[in-house]
Design a protein around this ligand. Sequence first.
Ligand code: ASP
Ligand code: MG
Length: 411
Amino acid sequence: MPVLVMKFGGTSVATLDRIRRAAKRVGVEVAKGYDVIVIVSAMSGETNKLVGYVDETSPLYDAREYDAVVSSGENVTAGLMALTLQEMDVPARSWQGWQVPLMTNSAHASARIEEIPTDNINAKFGEGMKVAVVAGFQGISPEGRITTLGRGGSDTTAVAFAAAFGAERCDIYTDVDGVYTTDPRICEKARKLDKIAFEEMLELASLGAKVLQTRSVELAMRFKVKLRVLSSFEEQSDEAGTLVCDEEEIMESNVVAGVAYSRDEAKMTLLSVADRPGIAAAIFGPLAEAGVNVDMIVQNISEDGRTDMTFSCPTNEVARAEKAMNDLKTNGELNFAEIVTDADVAKVSVVGIGMRSAAGVAAKMFKVLSDEGVNIQVITTSEIKISVLVARKYMELAVQALHDAFELEKA
Ligand code: ASP
Ligand code: MG
């Protein structure tokens, strides 16, 4: 029997009614002849509540116990989904991560999947079970402790199962009906994409489009898992939603596929650091050790052997970054005049695999922003992406103007 993986996010299993609705969707696929692996998230809000309990009990918690607590939301929905399917006369049973067993490393709270043996579940399919309902987000470490895969990790569970079982497709049911050219909440012309390439989705996911956990897209790309994002709130056809797939499967696409943004960025500049070999390592090594996720980096031109170094990071990491830099100064390991922080910036990016072969995308982007009077503070590019840092108050304007200029409302 062909295997299909269907993943239901927190809003899709938020109530018993919604679980019934989701189970009906599963029943439709079973009737088509699939053996189905259903991956469930916890009911929406549940994981946040559990994280809150842990924080309140023990601020410097033992991550092994954090995982024991926060993984439990998925156990509830997995059992309820299996019961609901049984009530509909669909042969189903639930599996917690350790029962599969979904083997991970020992990095509690952000564990990586190492192996998913298929024999247990396949044996049950062989005996006539139609649906294996698996608790998402959780696994078991080599030490035999429960682990979790990081927030949003059920997406990664789903893709990993699809890869392990050679599933025909991995359907991710969520509360939006697909992947859009940009966020419809800030640009009313945003258009749902029928298809998007893995690489584009990877950029969009890591740039802050929150539909899929970034790691799930990485995994889908590596194992060529066909991934579909669709809504659990609408009647669905086989073409519904957005297919995330290999670029070869997309015949014609716009040069730019989407505009992404990330609101909570900060820009920090170290004024007057020595321009000498090793200076970047001396700054960014300690920042990495302090857990600061540096994104863009610019070294300005140098004068009299001194230069300014600018970088961006998430706003909630500014304090850590400042402390790391000031500690270096106090220890005499780094000499700079001062740190200037601007925590009021946002990043706006255009993404598209078509950029590899089309010239002039950057020039057009800069012209559009200049016509709107938006000052660009920092620029970075990759083969398929151009990102700029702008004052936060211009973020929405920039997204809308770029969406218009690249005519993303048109297929
Ligand atoms: N329930 C977990 C979370 O909220 C995992 C998931 O839903 O993907 O992060
Ligand atoms: Mg999610």
